[in-house]
Write a protein that binds this ligand. Structure first.
Ligand code: TYD
Length: 200
């Protein structure tokens, strides 16, 4: 059984809806599941989330705050839950920093790898479900949202880079990822997710 599972994808890919279904199905099968998210997941992390989502800042500041929130999240939530034998499902994790701060903003990939190595140690997700969707489809879905945060307000080219960043991560470590075609209708995506659930 894979214990540390992360969900990733562009804004508008639909991952949060599917994450709730995935967690609930695992619970019905008797698993003790902790659902959490990034940036956030702890009291301090949620405060950092507010700042990160709404305040303009330099690229390095943004990356460091993402990883600061993550350090707290790993120590306070993820490690203790895994040690207690629980399944942890996080709505985003370090892949998002590579996709958004790395590919999206242009921060050096190797610097992000150093931060990842420093803060993760040997703790990496056992499985990452990546919701892949063309940028125009994701943006169409976002158009229904009343308010958009600082990332969601970015332009199409930014999101093309974010998507390419996710693809680069998948290529660098393909065995960790399950890639979902999230452009499909809800029931089809749920079916893809169901197959992943059976596999783990
Ligand atoms: P998300 O939880 O998907 O927002 P929502 O509540 O709208 O579903 O993610 C918040 C934003 O943070 C998202 O636009 C991506 C961004 N983000 C980064 O840029 N880097 C990171 O490391 C993380 C974890 C998130």
């Amino acid at each position: 059984m894979k214990k540390f599972i992360t969900f990733e994808g562009m804004d508008g890919a639909g991952k949060s809806t599917h994450l709730a279904w995935f967690a609930e199905t695992l619970r019905q099968r008797g698993q003790d599941v902790v659902v959490t998210r990034e940036p956030g997941g702890t009291a301090l992390g949620e405060q950092l989330r507010e700042i990160l989502l709404h305040q303009t800042m330099a690229m390095d500041t943004e990356a460091l705050l993402m990883f600061a929130a993550r350090a707290e999240h790993i120590e306070q939530v993820i490690k203790p839950a895994l040690l207690a034998g629980k399944v942890v499902i996080s709505d985003r994790f370090s892949d998002a920093s590579f996709a958004y701060q790395g590919a999206g903003r242009g921060m050096d990939w190797e610097k992000l790898k150093q931060l990842e190595a420093w803060l993760h140690g040997d703790m990496h997700p056992d499985l990452t479900v990546f919701f892949d969707v063309p940028v125009d489809v994701a943006r169409l879905r976002l158009a229904n949202n009343a308010t958009l945060d600082r990332f969601e307000q970015e332009h199409g080219e930014f999101f093309e880079r974010v998507r390419a960043g996710y693809h680069r991560r998948v290529q660098e470590n393909p065995q960790r990822y399950a890639v979902i075609d999230a452009a499909q209708p809800l029931d089809k995506v749920t079916a893809q997710l169901g197959a992943i659930l059976e596999a783990i």
